[in-house]
Design a protein around this ligand. Structure first.
Ligand code: ATP
Length: 235
C-alpha cells in the first residue's frame, strides 16, 4: 500500500524555487532513501512533507489524506515523524525531558510511559543516561536521542535527515543498525543521506535529487551499481 505520495511538488523560499516538480512515493514498510549533493533539495523535500516548508504547487497525500498545506503539528498527529538535520535536541534539558517533549500531543500518561519504555529498548544507551543533559551527550548519543524523541509519538513513518552527519563510522554503523531494526519491526522510513553508499545498502528503493529535481530512481541494490551514481556520489 502506498503510504506517502508526492506529485509534482514545487516549493519556494521567497523567489527561490528549491523543489521543481518532485514526484516520489513511499510504500508501507519500505526504507526509501533520497540522495543528492549539498543544496539539492533533500531537506526541503522532508520539510515540505512535514509542513515546515511552503509548498506552492503539487500535492502530498499521506494515508489517503491531502496534507499538502498541513502545519507540522497536524502531520505529526497523522503519524509522520521528522528528525531534522543537526538533531536539534534541547541541550539544557535532560534525556528524559527531551524524550517526553517528543510526546507533546499525547495526553494519556500511560501511553506516554509505554512509548518511553519501547523507545528505551531500542536505545539502552539513553536508558543509562536519562538524567544527563542532552547537550553533554556525544554526537552519536544526540542522534539517538533525536530519533528516540521522534519515536515517542509512535509514528507510522520516520523521516531522518542525514543521521550520519558528523559521526564516526562505527557510530554510523550503530545508527544504521537501529534504522534497520525499526524497519524490521514495521516502521516505514524515508532517509535523506549524503552518505549515499551506506543509505543505498539498506534502502529498498532510492531517488537521486539534483537541483530540485528527481534525476534517477530505482532499487537500492541497482542504484548502488549505477555508473552515474558511482561517479557522482560514491566517490
Ligand atoms: P544540504 O545537505 O546541504 O542541507 P539539501 O539537499 O538538503 O542540502 P536543501 O537544504 O533542501 O538542500 O536546500 C535546497 C535549496 O533551497 C538550496 O539552494 C538552499 O540554499 C535553498 N534553501 C534552503 N532553505 C532555505 C531557506 N530557509 N531560505 C532560502 N533558501 C533556502
Amino acid at each position: 500500500m502506498t503510504l506517502l505520495k508526492l506529485t509534482e511538488v514545487d516549493t519556494f523560499y521567497g523567489g527561490i524555487q528549491a523543489l521543481k516538480g518532485i514526484t516520489i512515493d513511499v510504500e508501507e514498510g519500505e526504507i526509501v532513501t533520497l540522495i543528492g549533493s549539498n543544496g539539492a533539495g533533500k531537506s526541503t523535500t522532508l520539510k515540505s512533507i512535514s509542513g515546515q516548508a511552503p509548498v506552492k504547487a503539487g500535492s502530498i497525500v499521506y494515508k489517503g489524506t491531502h496534507i499538502t498545506k498541513f502545519p507540522p503539528h497536524q502531520t505529526a498527529r497523522l503519524g509522520i515523524a521528522h528528525v531534522p538535520e543537526g538533531r536539534k535536541i534541547f541541550p539544557k534539558m535532560t534525556v528524559k525531558e527531551n524524550l517526553t517533549i517528543g510526546a507533546f500531543s499525547l495526553s494519556n500518561k500511560k501511553v506516554i510511559e509505554e512509548n518511553m519504555t519501547r523507545v528505551l529498548t531500542y536505545f539502552p544507551r539513553l536508558k543509562e543516561r536519562l538524567t544527563q543533559k542532552g547537550g553533554t551527550m556525544s554526537g552519536g548519543e544526540q542522534q539517538m536521542l533525536a530519533i528516540g524523541r521522534a519515536l515517542m509519538m509512535n509514528p507510522t513513518m520516520l523521516m531522518l535527515d542525514e543521521p550520519s552527519m558528523g559521526l564516526a563510522p562505527i557510530i554510523v554503523e550503530q545508527i544504521f543498525e537501529i534504522i534497520m531494526e525499526l524497519n524490521k519491526n514495521g516502521m516505514t522510513i524515508l532517509l535523506v543521506e549524503q552518505n549515499a553508499y551506506q543509505a543505498l545498502q539498506i534502502a529498498h528503493r532510492g531517488y537521486v535529487i539534483q537541483t530540485g529535481e528527481i534525476i534517477l530512481q530505482g532499487k537500492g541494490s541497482e542504484l548502488i551499481h549505477n555508473e552515474k551514481i558511482k561517479e557522482a556520489y560514491l566517490a
